[in-house]
Design a binder for this molecule. Structure first.
Ligand SMILES: [Fe+2]
Ligand SMILES: [Fe+2]
Length: 192
């Protein structure tokens, strides 16, 4: 699969979840906010990991001036800090909606830069076959990517790649547990 097609599809899926959350509004049901936000956390964590592991290094290798990639890594870092805070913050907390709003604004900014400046650089420096190979490797890497934000762990290979797999195993355990608890609470709410 072409790398740009894959990344744009990921961006579109996250944007759809942002819109769902925005449509709920500040008065939305807290459990529903939590459910959507947990999906955002999972999708953004996987997406950030495959970009850091494969996309950014592939691009960096080709650039004489790799500042745009360094900027993207910093934007990922800031987003992960916010995601890590939101993971623990109850939707009823007075800071929740404001924090979500700032997250959405900053991710939208990052995605816009990626889809313009970075994708232009990708098209300029990588051949079609290289983009296809990169896309295939990113798709495969999703299966072992962390599903939770880890702002304090390395975000560049080789350490990022080494750490990603064991971290992802633990993440999936926690993410699955959280989903089971949410489903149970949902079922109880509906029954009452
Ligand atoms: Fe990114
Ligand atoms: Fe991205």
């Amino acid at each position: 699969m072409n790398a740009i097609t894959l990344l744009k599809a990921d961006h579109g899926n996250v944007e759809a979840l942002f819109k769902e959350l925005e449509a709920l509004g500040r008065d939305g049901e807290p459990a529903e906010k939590r459910r959507i936000l947990d999906r955002i956390i999972e999708q953004l964590s996987v997406h950030a990991a495959i970009e850091e592991q494969l996309l950014y290094p592939a691009l960096r290798e080709k650039l004489a001036d790799d500042f745009p990639v360094l900027e993207a890594l910093e934007e990922h870092h800031v987003a992960k800090v916010t995601l890590a805070e939101l993971e623990k913050l109850p939707p009823t907390h007075e800071r929740f909606d404001a924090k979500v709003m700032v997250l959405i604004e900053s991710v939208r900014h990052h995605v816009e830069e990626e889809e313009t400046a970075l994708f232009d650089l990708l098209r300029e420096h990588l051949k079609g076959t290289e983009l296809d190979d990169l896309g295939t490797r990113m798709e495969a890497a999703k299966k072992t990517a962390p599903t939770r934000p880890h702002p304090m762990t390395p975000d560049q290979p080789p350490l990022q790649t080494l750490i990603a797999a064991p971290v992802a195993v633990l993440d999936r355990f926690i993410t699955t547990g959280r989903k089971a608890v949410m489903d149970m609470m949902d079922a109880r709410r509906k029954a009452s």
